[in-house]
Write a protein of this length. Structure first.
Lengths: 225, 225
């Protein structure tokens, strides 16, 4: 059997203009999963993305709308590129194709490495999907100084490193990056190299869980042929 | 960037004679992960495999010995093909390459689908790695009638289906197969088709977590190039 290619719709929960920016998470996914082709779409009128409950509530109907468009275009799966997993449960009620966010996968892959997880995010609290999966195995949560939305991350990388160092002092044995903006700026390899601790990138985590779900949904029978 | 191929050592925790049997789990992994090449090895003198604490204790030093051989042969990662994750922590203390069992991955991928997990196994209790990851999200555990070791599974498929039906009545929304012998007999697609419930195959789960760990360990920097 030859592995088929899968077309994955990526929903960016922030309004971006440049094609290169819009496609950045999709490009990472294609690098890490060579049989994935991606098509990326932004939600409208949210230039600061999702950073609190209000901005999440505003985004949910827009995400659902984009998901319906992508399903009409016959994608094989949908990744909502956000650690809050916004609208993921809602989309699953009508989608026959796999749908994943980045939050639950990030928590699960952190847990695959250690039960002492430190989470780095942009909100005052850890994203709900992460705290719900990890419960008392989330031993510490930090956000970098100077950051209150994903667009603040690029100019605050040194504060992200500082917050990660605090997580290690708190006892973390793995760091879960709890905003896909950390993927945009490539923080995971920086932290792994500087601090010598395993780091979970949320986009790669989402791609990994999507990969398994595609095999389980569409290919399982063929593995025994 | 081109995805590199990875060589994965598969440790079979049962003594098998025919090449085709020895390589069966490796072949599944290669089908599902086309950039994996596998090399499979059995432990010695355990024709019934691992089925209780005593047989697990006997197997651990043998698994460690095989792991050292495989690492000497320069594999990129090791999968211990057993849901009890025997010797996995011990091998991790000396291996620079990723090491995974099938237990923790099976639990994590079940949790990616639902927090109401039913587990199907061959022992009197669920495997420890599974109950430790899932805690109260493991809502029921069953073993098929007539089964006390992995080699009993082939002639008791109808009892495995019966036990899975009981798990569904218990409220399970996903079924975690907690013995890699279920992979050998191809139970996951049978249950998915017959009972219309998501089923986690332990070998595919192990391969998925290995895939992520290989990207994280060896390729993370290159994803941003």
């Amino acid at each position: 059997m030859m592995m088929k290619d899968f077309r994955i719709g990526i929903i960016r929960v922030i309004t971006l203009k440049r094609e290169e920016e819009i496609n950045r998470h999709g490009k990472m996914i294609e690098e890490a999963f060579p049989n994935f082709r991606t098509v990326s779409r932004c939600i409208e009128k949210q230039p600061r993305g999702i950073f609190d409950e209000k901005s999440e509530d505003e985004a949910v109907p827009k995400i659902i709308r984009v998901a319906k468009q992508l399903l009409n275009e016959n994608v094989d799966g949908i990744i909502v590129s956000c650690v809050a997993d916004p609208a993921v449960n809602a989309i699953q009620t009508f989608s026959k194709k796999p749908v994943v966010g980045a939050g639950k996968p990030t928590a699960l892959l952190a847990l695959s490495i250690s039960d002492k997880v430190g989470a780095l995010g942009i909100g005052d609290e850890p994203p709900k999907p992460v705290s719900e999966i990890l419960k008392d195995r989330l031993i510490s949560y930090r956000k970098p100084r100077g950051v209150s939305a994903t667009i603040d991350l690029e100019r605050n990388i040194e504060f992200a490193v500082e917050a990660a160092e605090q997580l290690i002092r708190d006892g973390a044995q793995v760091i879960a990056l709890c905003c896909t903006g950390f993927s945009t700026i490539g923080l995971a390899p920086i932290l792994q190299e500087k601090l010598r601790i395993p780091v979970i990138d949320p986009i790669i985590a989402a791609g990994t869980i999507m990969y398994h779900e595609l095999i389980r949904t569409f290919m399982l029978r063929s593995l025994w042929k």
